[in-house]
Design a protein around this ligand. Structure first.
Ligand SMILES: Nc1nc2c(c(=O)[nH]1)N[C@H]1C(S)=C(S)[C@@H](COP(=O)(O)O)O[C@H]1N2
Ligand SMILES: [Mo]
Length: 208
């Protein structure tokens, strides 16, 4: 009997913050969709846009905008977590699984590797282990909430890697370099964590 108030209090406070189990440590839920960009939103001409997967030895695979859109689409609904501490639940996207693109690239002779470096219009980069963009965990997203992805959120297309902090979800993405050795990207060179798992609070270099 003595522990009843304690249990009731714990239950109430979980319900007041967020549905239990969806909010990583140190995060709060927002209903907004904040825009975080290190530079201006690039302008893109879709008739000249392409997406390229390139290995270290000169092999590459390329898709035009039309070729990318012709691949099979997926519509993931995911929670996203920004290192500035906002999380947003149940965001709805449309895109191509990175698995689909890597499979096609490999069939075209592109060598595999242990890491990728995503590159973007505007010069932003971010690095990820290959294992974090394969196995149904990452997409090249061009739709958000039933509409084309808005330019400020990375349209025409962005990388979407929702299980890592959102800086890994490179906006205005134009391709992936496949690497044998890890190479830090824009924020990783500036002191952010190399991997960025929000459940382990991997915000900065030196975090576990
Ligand atoms: N090309 C590019 N991608 C980027 C960024 C950026 O500055 N440039 N910012 C990153 C960061 S720090 C975050 S939190 C998210 C923000 O995405 P949003 O503006 O759609 O919320 O994009 C990530 N991808
Ligand atoms: Mo961020």
């Amino acid at each position: 009997m003595a522990d009843t108030p304690f249990i009731a209090h714990g239950f109430r406070s979980r319900r007041a913050s967020a549905p239990a189990g969806r909010l990583p440590p140190g995060q709060y839920e927002t209903r907004d969709f904040p825009v975080l960009s290190a530079g201006p939103t690039p302008r893109v001409d879709l008739s000249r846009w392409d997406f390229v997967i390139r290995d270290a030895s000169g092999g590459s695979a390329r898709w035009s905008w039309a070729e990318l859109l012709a691949l099979s689409h997926e519509t993931p609904t995911v929670n996203i977590h920004c290192v500035t501490k906002w999380s947003k639940f149940d965001t709805k996207w449309e895109g191509i699984s990175v698995d689909t693109l890597l499979d096609l690239a490999q069939k075209g002779g592109v060598a595999t590797g242990a890491f990728v470096l995503a590159f973007c219009d505007g010069g932003y980069t971010t690095n990820l282990p290959l294992a974090d963009v394969t196995g149904g965990k990452a997409w090249i997203a061009f739709g958000y909430d039933g509409a084309p992805l808005p330019p400020e959120h990375g349209g025409p297309a962005r990388l979407l890697v929702p299980h890592l902090y959102f800086w890994k979800s490179a906006k205005w993405v134009r391709g992936l370099r496949i690497l044998q050795r890890d190479e830090p990207g824009f924020w990783e060179q500036a002191g952010y964590h190399d991997r960025g798992d929000p459940w382990r609070e991997q915000r900065y270099q030196g975090d576990p």
